[in-house]
Design a protein around this ligand. Structure first.
Ligand code: NAD
Length: 412
């Protein structure tokens, strides 16, 4: 989407007005520290050379090293990477972890690459940015289109260049090479902790909280399975091919098996196929968009029936839609809080790499719960003090206060 970054900065400006904050620190937060673009020549299997463009946006490092994923997707562009890097800056501040924000990407359709080409492209990315990343400088992680294997290649290439084993240069690695137990499910689990606490704040009974989850990848699938196994009714789920709905609830263990055998959730027995657009408008209590940006927009905002929108994807609600949703009494739990479990777990992985001391899964999950709970509590208190239901504004107020304080105290 064009001008996505402008929309993101509108949110910052809006919060600055609410906070009566007009200061030099804010001027710094309105733009990225550094934008990097490199050419990545890759030898393809047919013997020809293809040059890709790699991006890394280092948005702000006032609170700690730049931190953020790398996206491999055909639609990656600089405006999107800048936006995602800005959101990471806010998210790390909301979560109160010692990181700034960054993001990277390559415009590529990974489905068209062989495994060898994907590895060479990843190693080219590591070489292109080796002088700009590092455990105390900028720490990438997976995002859409990248995975633990890709992180392992990145770490390996970087370690060769630097001449020392450096697992802490990336997070989201496989456990065998310094990854953390629980990182793979952390975004869904963190989202689930947020979800349960929001229900308790709103005094909504578990039996009433039926769910629709759009997207069945790392985030959506893990969240849906965790919620189902905890006894919640999951009424609808979807992937890129479409969705399924059963008002009485889906048997998610069977849906998972169906997805594994057929490659999609669609055509699951005892359910009705629905489009991804229709799924958003179903009569459920909680809607968890967990796939794409801007799926809730001006056109469909008035038709959303859920009482709570849990933003597990980054940026699923367009700016124009949000005011309408809030007016209609719908609580939008913002991405910078709802999906912060991923970066919190990344932080724990980095701590373990730096100490070379590894935790068991229970310690990881408990600390994740603590961090997510404190973030939710702080944002909720801020929203309650303002007396409205605008949770994104509250989250941004928390983050901007922390960022502005660090900038002020450090002195630029
Ligand atoms: P993923 O690639 O693992 O999964 C994406 C899912 O979305 C897949 O099931 C895919 O089929 C589905 N999808 C694709 N196009 C769709 C469409 N048109 N309609 C409905 N579904 C569609 O990606 P992910 O890691 O689960 O990330 C999803 C979102 O969560 C992204 O916005 C990402 O930035 C955000 N996020 C991810 C993490 C993480 O730890 N993975 C952390 C924070 C935020």
């Amino acid at each position: 989407m064009a001008n996505q970054f402008k929309e993101a900065i509108n949110q910052l400006n809006k919060v600055a007005r609410i906070m009566n904050l007009e200061c030099d620190e804010l001027e710094i937060l309105r733009r990225p520290d550094r934008i990097l673009e490199v050419s990545l020549p890759v030898l393809m299997d047919n013997g020809r050379m293809k040059v890709f463009t790699g991006y890394r946006v280092q948005y702000n490092n006032t609170r700690g090293p730049y931190k953020g994923g790398i996206r491999f997707h055909p639609q990656v562009n600089l405006d999107e990477v800048k936006t995602l890097a800005f959101w990471m800056t806010i998210k790390c501040a909301v979560a109160d972890i010692p990181y700034g924000g960054g993001k990277g990407g390559i415009a590529v359709d990974t489905k068209t690459l062989s495994q060898g080409e994907l590895e060479r492209l990843t190693r080219a990315y590591a070489r292109g940015f080796a002088n700009f990343i590092g455990p105390k400088i900028d720490i990438p992680a997976p995002d859409v289109g990248t995975n633990p294997q890709i992180m392992a290649w990145l770490m390996d290439e970087y370690s060769h260049i630097k001449g020392e084993n450096t697992p802490a240069v990336v997070t989201g690695k496989p456990v065998e090479v310094g990854g953390s137990l629980g990182r793979d499910t952390a975004t869904g689990l963190g989202g689930f902790y947020v979800f349960e606490q929001v229900l308790s704040k709103l005094k909504l009974a578990k039996s009433k909280a039926s769910l629709a989850v759009q997207g069945f990848g790392n985030v959506g699938m893990n969240f849906a399975m965790i919620a189902y196994r905890a006894g919640y009714k999951v009424a609808a789920v979807s992937d890129s091919r479409g969705g399924i709905y059963n008002a009485k609830g889906l048997n998610m263990e069977e849906v998972l098996a169906h997805k594994k055998t057929t490659g999609s959730v669609v055509d699951f027995k005892n359910s009705k196929n629905v489009t991804n657009e229709k799924l958003l408008e179903l009569p459920v209590e909680v809607l968890a968009p967990s796939a794409l940006e801007n799926v809730i927009n001006e056109k469909n905002a008035g038709r959303i029936k859920a009482k709570i929108i849990l933003e597990l994807a980054n940026g699923p609600t367009a700016e124009a839609a949000e005011a309408k949703l809030c007016q209609n009494g719908i609580l939008v739990v913002p991405d910078v809080l709802a999906n912060a479990g991923g970066v919190i777990a990344s932080y724990f992985e980095w701590v373990q790499n730096s100490r070379q001391y590894y935790w068991e899964q229970a310690r990881m999950d408990n600390r994740l719960k603590d961090k997510v709970t404190s973030a939710l509590k702080k944002v909720w208190q801020t929203m309650a003090a303002r007396g409205d239901n605008k949770m994104r504004d509250a989250a941004y107020i928390v983050a901007v206060e922390r960022l502005a304080a660090s900038l002020r105290i450090r002195g630029i």
